[in-house]
Design a protein around this ligand. Structure first.
Ligand code: ARG
Length: 569
């Protein structure tokens, strides 16, 4: 039962009767209904001044007239207070309806088909070849993963793209370095670390010996020209990088539908350049080809360097066009740090100038920076925290905590894996994405406070309650849930579908993360203040149903942000 809509219907009907001739639509009234900040003012409130114009009466007159005319079994009270019409939903009915709906829908509770027939392309993680995954990549990977899950939950078709950074002169340098000093076995064993070492050595030696740079350029030219040896080494570098990354993706449970990255578009830029030229957008500037953006308060977008090489921007233009032609997306999201804000504003402006009207569907989903225990990270200064190390460390710390708190738990390793990884992911998705994050161990792994382990622990607590008293045959008596603590849990469960909807509308997974904390807190409050194993079996049945709906909703919420909740902790 949709309380809001039903109340709107009742109010619209009553208004029609009380003020003949006036016509107020149900949808309009539904849009006016508010949730009062204080439960003492009812569950829904209609500010009647919004009806004054249509009904030509003062708000007080309207609210007085309607209060007397509306009654329904699910409403315990309707009050007129200073021009507001306050509706009090009968607590037992509310609990029965909400818990019933949640349990009927099961794991699908909160989902919808609002996205049916629509496609969302999500560009996330998008790592660079021959670089190791560090904690700076956590946000893009997990925000993108969460968006993928949330959009899918609402019926959209998603295409997850890892737009690999696999093009540029540095790959020529890497081949040159490898040919001079590298060997296959060492790189196989050392993975990306070994490739980075080669690259660093190359750059150091090139300072003394500039001929090396020519060698690097020549190898990059060889890649561009499709020289088999160059391509073989280059592709092998890619495989090694992806194999390293795959271990991290496996830990995080992240998948992609496409790994088409920059090199994929390197040979698809010509039509774009032609189109830019034909539309008179391309101008020459010191040998380079650029699109002027002065009129929009931005520096020019460089399309071709003076040596004819394409840029990140050029390949992104080709990528956007390709995604449009291939997937016919409704939205094309780029989950990329805010450092690239300008880059994306330029990109979208150039697309608009090209007259690509579908560019409206492109959106930069930006996010803040990650630092580690108060320290900014810097590759150059060697202050770097690899994601894989962080996750492994988190898992072993979680295992330490389990060994201390519940040494007899079965599958300790497996549970520690879920808690350790979940704690990190939760931390990354807790604040609104635009905020910078400072990662602290004692905050991420705390079992109290607004953390992943706290929410996971609450879920496990619910599961333990259900194991103890899950099978109650009695018909639930929902009037046992009329206390404020149970009602707060019911209210949050009722809010869940709206939270998911909003999180998708704003591309903001943190709304779901925060919701999971609110629900966990509310459930714990209920748990401490009420006996679930009540002697009255009907009351017990109602509390068990509430517990079941709460645990299921927490699990779904965590699942949407990419966290697995263990049943026992
Ligand atoms: N590889 C890039 C980086 O690490 C991110 C790519 C984002 N996607 C895109 N289509 N530009 O900065």
């Amino acid at each position: 039962m949709d309380f809001k809509l039903t109340i709107a219907q009742l109010a619209a009907e009553a208004a029609g009767k009380a003020f003949p001739g006036a016509d107020v639509g149900v949808d309009a009234v539904a849009g006016m209904l508010e949730t009062p900040p204080d439960a003492a003012m009812g569950d829904y409130a209609l500010p009647c001044f919004k009806l004054s114009k249509a009904l030509r009466k003062s708000p007080m007159m309207i609210s007085d007239a309607l209060a007397g005319a509306i009654s329904a079994p699910f409403l315990s009270r309707v009050e007129s207070v200073k021009g507001y019409l306050n509706f009090f939903v009968d607590r037992a009915t509310y609990a029965r309806e909400v818990v019933g709906a949640a349990l009927r829908a099961g794991a699908r509770y909160g989902s919808s088909d609002e996205g049916a027939g629509k496609t969302i392309v999500i560009d996330y993680s998008s790592i660079n070849i021959a670089k190791r995954f560090h904690i700076g990549h956590l946000s893009t990977t997990m925000i993108g993963n969460a968006l993928y899950k949330m959009y899918t939950f609402l019926g959209y078709h998603c295409v997850g793209v890892n737009h690999l950074g696999d093009w540029g002169t540095q790959f020529g340098k890497m081949i040159a370095a490898y040919k001079r000093w590298g060997d296959r076995e060492t790189v196989m064993k050392g993975g990306v670390d070994e490739m980075v070492k080669l690259y660093v050595r190359f750059n150091n030696e090139a300072k003394e010996n500039p001929a090396l740079d020519d060698e690097g350029r020549a190898w990059f030219k060889a890649i561009e020209d499709g020289n088999p040896e160059a391509l073989e080494i280059f592709n092998w570098f890619k495989q090694v990088t992806l194999k390293d990354a795959e271990r991290v993706y496996d830990m995080l449970g992240v998948r992609f539908d496409s790994y088409n990255g920059e090199s994929f578009y390197a040979d698809k830029v010509q039509p774009i350049i032609d189109e830019l030229r034909q539309k008179g957008l391309l101008v020459e500037d010191q040998g380079a080809q650029i699109v002027r953006l002065d009129d929009y308060g931005m520096p020019p977008a460089i399309i071709l360097r003076s040596d004819g090489a394409t840029l990140y921007m050029t390949r992104d233009l080709a990528a956007a066009k390709y995604r449009h032609d291939t997937y016919h997306f409704d939205k094309n999201l780029y989950v990329v740090a805010y450092q690239q804000d300008l880059q994306f504003r330029q990109l979208f402006k150039v697309m608009e100038l090209l007259g690509w009207d579908w560019a409206k569907g492109c959106e930069h989903v930006n996010f803040g920076m990650v630092s580690y225990e108060g320290q900014t990270l810097s590759t150059r200064e060697g202050r770097i925290v690899y994601l894989e190390d962080l996750l492994n460390q988190s898992v072993s710390k979680a295992l330490g905590i389990i060994n201390e708190k519940s040494p007899n738990l079965e599958n300790k390793e497996e549970v520690a894996r879920k808690i350790g990884i979940g704690a990190v992911v939760f931390f990354a998705l807790y604040n609104s994405r635009i905020k910078d994050i400072d990662f602290w161990w004692d905050r991420a792994l705390n079992f109290d406070g607004e953390t992943g382990p706290y929410v996971m622990y609450t879920h496990a607590r619910c599961m333990s309650v259900l194991r103890k008293c899950g099978d109650v045959d009695a018909v639930p008596d929902y009037s046992a849930l009329d206390d404020p603590e149970a009602q707060a849990v019911v209210r949050l469960i009722d809010d869940f579908p709206g939270v998911v909807h909003l999180a998708v509308e704003r591309n903001e997974p943190s709304l779901v993360t925060r919701f999971s904390v609110e629900l966990a807190k509310a459930y714990n409050k209920f748990y401490y203040e009420h006996r679930i194993l009540d002697d009255d079996l009907s009351a017990r049945a109602a509390r068990v149903q509430l517990t079941r709906a709460a645990s299921q909703t927490i699990k779904t919420a965590l699942g949407l942000i990419g966290i697995e909740a263990p049943d026992r902790m």
